[in-house]
Design a protein. Structure first.
Length: 135
């Protein structure tokens, strides 16, 4: 029996606690709790994993609603890894965008995405206009 549930409601998230959990888990890319909230609330699809009242995972997906989507901020709390939490969140997100090409970038979690049948793509390029998080 799973000891977590996946939900789409961002309104249940305490963003200060979410930011603290990411920081404590060494998965903080510099966003303030308010920026974290904004980036999730502006995403077309979001997924949160809860163990009771405890937020143990989150993920989000940008989509144009037609052909392209982009998966971001996939995280499972260290205390809850290898129990299917991230798989359940990503499955919930990808189910919302059938027929779309879903991209993502990862440094070192290829085995996880490979397990979810994501495939290597040609080289990825990126830039930040101005300074990261400051426009
Ligand atoms: C990557 C991450 C999201 C996986 O979360 P998770 O909830 O533990 O993943 P799941 O339990 O759903 O794993 C599903 C499958 O992926 C594979 N997998 C997951 N983590 C893996 C790992 N560390 N090494 C190898 N395979 C892994 C396994 O096949 C696993 O199935 P199994 O447990 O039955 O063998 C989690 O380790 C994490 O939050 N890491 C830090 C943040 C991060 O790097 N996120 C990705 C940014 S692109």
């Amino acid at each position: 029996v799973a000891d977590f549930r996946v939900a789409a409601a961002a309104s249940d998230v305490n963003w200060s606690e979410a930011k603290a959990a990411l920081r404590d888990d060494a998965f903080d890319n510099g966003r303030s709790s308010e920026q974290l909230r904004q980036s999730f609330e502006a995403s077309q699809h979001v997924a949160f994993a809860w163990d009771g009242e405890l937020l143990v995972g989150m993920a989000r997906l940008l989509s144009d609603g037609v052909c392209n989507a982009y998966l971001l901020d996939v995280w499972t709390h260290s205390s809850h890894r290898r129990r299917g939490v991230a798989r359940a969140m990503v499955d919930a997100l990808t189910a919302r965008v059938p027929g779309q090409h879903i991209g993502l970038q990862t440094d070192d979690t290829q085995p996880f995405y490979a397990a979810l049948v994501f495939e290597q793509q040609p080289e990825f390029m990126a830039k930040v206009e101005g300074t990261w998080l400051q426009g």
